[in-house]
Ligand binder design. Structure first.
Ligand code: FAD
Ligand code: FES
Ligand code: MG
Length: 295
């Protein structure tokens, strides 16, 4: 069934958001869950995207994605009114929400998108929220205002010092873990390397830490094995056993190795897509700063 894009905007250099019609998923979605989309069922690859918000009344879900390769570029080139052929979901286990006491929510880059609904739900459950949002540089920082609304304390870091504190997110995280009393729970969502180093910090202080893993996925139902990770020495499938796990038990080195397995083919597909868009004169989004067809 085709799913109409009812609105689409660009929220930072390479990050876009869209509300997409999908009434059944909008009604069932809970924080922490994701969908798998196929832009065109005839030839598209399937990619997972987190449900960054859901409006049961309007029958829409909010997707936020970063343009990193062929399929996310193709999605970025779509405009309001266009349809995504297939959306499967909600997939994955929802986040366990409760009043944990003090919770530190650490987001890196596009990781802020999946983190937002979780942080909102934790706040509604009564937790005190300390948010740490990290980006390479200011233009890549997303959802600052939304986090400001729900956070008791908000810390921004950039790698280059262009905004907030010039630091990696691990620096303020370590300082907060040293506070007395220490935080009760940490959630981290971002690049695998960031989640690994955040978990190294929280392990030293014995603070329970949940991470949401972004492995390669194909079917999203536990059948293909693409999303396999090593957890506590045993295999787990991120699509059905996760995407959230106790970060202290994840083998991040193995996960990162598996994430890079198709780099060459992914780069080739992206180059071919860009070349094709240039030839047919549709290349409005590729690095020329003019934005999407909606803008
Ligand atoms: P490619 O050039 O094909 O790949 C770029 C990189 O993305 C790869 O090196 C690999 O690390 C990863 N990737 C490639 N194919 C897949 C795949 N089929 N499944 C997963 N990762 C892949 N990104 C967002 O921008 N917003 C989100 O809300 C979001 N939520 C996610 C939720 C989950 C549960 C998972 C597992 C991933 C999520 N991602 C999200 C990552 C997103 O799926 C990838 O960025 C996307 O698949 C890249 O596709 P591409 O063809 O544009 O890039
Ligand atoms: Fe195929 Fe998880 S995506 S087993
Ligand atoms: Mg791809």
């Amino acid at each position: 069934m085709p799913h109409k894009i009812v609105s689409k905007t660009r929220i930072s250099e390479d990050v876009f958001t869209a509300d997409v019609e999908t009434p059944l998923i909008a009604r069932a979605a809970r924080p922490g869950q994701f969908v798998i989309i196929a832009i065109n069922t005839e030839y598209s690859e399937r990619i997972p995207l987190t449900i960054a918000g859901a409006d049961a009344e309007k029958g829409t879900i909010r997707l936020i994605w970063q343009r990193v390769g062929k399929t996310t570029s193709e999605l970025s080139d779509m405009k309001t009114g266009d349809c995504i052929s297939n959306i499967a979901g909600p997939l994955g286990k929802p986040t366990h929400i409760q009043n944990f006491g003090t919770v530190v929510c650490v987001g890196g880059g596009i990781g802020n998108a999946p983190l937002l609904p979780i942080a909102k739900a934790l706040k509604e459950a009564g937790s005190k929220i300390i948010s740490i949002l990290g980006a390479r540089t200011k233009p890549l920082l997303i959802l600052e205002n939304e986090f400001a609304e729900i956070s008791d304390e908000l810390i921004i870091t950039t790698d280059d010092g262009s905004y907030g504190r010039k630091a990696l997110v691990t620096e303020p995280l370590k300082e907060i873990c040293r506070r007395q009393p220490k935080p009760n729970q940490v959630f981290v969502i971002g690049p695998a390397i960031m989640m690994k180093f955040c978990c190294d910090v929280t392990k030293q202080f014995d603070v329970p830490t949940q991470v949401s893993l972004n492995t390669i996925m194909v079917d999203g139902t536990g059948m293909c094995g693409g999303c396999r990770i090593e957890f506590d020495g045993k295999p787990k499938f991120v699509c059905v056993d996760g995407p959230e796990f106790d970060g202290h038990k994840v083998n991040f080195d193995l996960m990162m190795k598996r994430l890079g397995a198709y780099k060459e083919a992914e780069q080739k597909a992206h180059e071919m897509y860009k070349e094709h868009q240039c030839k047919i004169g549709l290349d409005k989004t590729m690095d020329d700063g003019r934005g999407t067809k909606d803008e």
